[in-house]
Write a protein that binds this ligand. Sequence first.
Ligand SMILES: *Cc1c(COP(=O)(O)O)cnc(C)c1O
Length: 420
Amino acid sequence: MAPLADRAPQQSTASPAAPPAGHPPVLPNYPRAHVPTKPVLSRDSFRRAGGHAPSILDTREALLVTSGRVAIALALRQMGVGPGDRVLMPSYHCASMIEPVVWLGATPVFYRIHGDTQVNLEDVAAKLAGAKVMLATNYFGFPQNLSALRAFCDQHQLMLLEDCAHCFLGEHQGRPVGSFGDYAIASTMKFFPIYEGGCLVSARHSLAPVRLQAGGFKFEAKMAVNALEDGFEYRRLGTVRRLLALPLGLKNFLLGQLKRHSHGAPAAMAPRSSEGGFGFDPAWLHKRGSLFSRLMLRLVSRGRMGELRRSNYLRLQSALAGLPGCRPLHAVLPERVYPWVFPLYVDLPGPVFDSLKKDGVPIVRFAEYLWQGVDATVCSNSVELSRHVLQFPCHQELQEQELDWMIDKIKTAMLAARAP
Ligand SMILES: *Cc1c(COP(=O)(O)O)cnc(C)c1O
C-alpha cells in the first residue's frame, strides 16, 4: 500500500480503489483511518511468540512476487490457460482476481457460493463444460473444505488454483493451506508490514519454468522506504525513529533522489496493486518481490501473527455479540484458523459504513464491487455478502486501545442506525 499521505483519502478498502466499468464510483471524502487497516512495522513485529503456525509457505516450492494478482496470472499460465479458455471463478470476488483471467484472453465462468462462503460444488458441476481450471478462495482466512474440492477436481480432470490471499496461515485436515491446489497464491502484503508482495506456490508441480528478475535499485529503495513510512505514520516506530536519525536522513535523501530520477514515470516504480487499485499490470509479472519484503517474510514472527490475529478476532466477536443489527459472518472461530479480518454481517450497511468511515474507523470491503454481469440471478448469496458484509481489521499490529476504540465506534454506529 502507498504511504498514507499519498493514498486517496476516500479509499475505504484493501481491495478496490475504483470500481470496474459499469459501476459508477461513489467517493465521499472520508478521513484517513485513525487505526492502521493493515499491519504496519513495529518493534514488536519480530518478537517470537505463539509457536508454529502452518502457512502456505510450508509448501514444497514457493516464489515471492510483487502481488497476489500477478501470482494468479503466473499460475494460470503454468496451467496452460490462454485465449478462449474458460476458468471457473467464484461469484464472490474482487476485480483483482478476475483481471488476470481476462488479461490472458480467457473467459471467467462464475460459479455460486453458499451463504457461509463455501463453494457450491453442485453449481460448479453444472458449469464444467470446457473449463480446465477452478479457482477457489479461502475467504477471510477460513479454509474451504479443501479435501472435498481436491476430490471433485480430480474426479472431473480440473486443475485447482487455491486462492490464499486471505489465508496466509492455516491448515485443513492437518495439511497447510495452499497444499491442496495444483497451485496456490497469497497476498503477503495483506499479512506482513510490507508495501508490496505476493507468492506463488505449488505442492504438485515444479516452479522452475517461472523466471523472475530483480526489480532494480529504485524499486528496492522505494519498497523499503514506504514500508518504514507506514510504521512511522502510525507512530509504531517512534523510538526507533529517534534512534535512527541517520537512516531517516538517508530516507529523505533517497526519497529526494527517487523523485528527481523518476520524472514522468513514477508508476513504473511500484506495482499498482500496492496502491490498493484493481489494475493488473503485466509489467510486474516477472518481477521478484523486493528484498525488503522477502526479508520481512523471514523475520516477522508467524507465530505471533497467528496468535494475535486470533485473539483480536475473538475480542471483536465477544464485544459485538448480541449487538442488534449485525452478526459475525461465522458463529465460531475454529481451531487453527488465523483470520485476515473480522467479517460482520450488517443489516443496514449503508449508514453504518458511512458513519464509521467519517469517524476514521478502518473498514475493509472485499468484493464491494462484483464483475459486470454478476448479479442476483448468477448468485444471490454473493450479492448479499457483497452488500452486507463489512470487514474490520484484526491484524497483529493493532494495539489494545485501538481495538477498544474501534469496538466502541462500531457499537455506537450500530445503535444509531437502528434509531427511527
Ligand atoms: C487481494 C486479493 C487478491 C489479489 O491480491 P493482490 O496482492 O492485491 O494482488 C486475490 N484474491 C483475493 C481473494 C484477494 O482478496
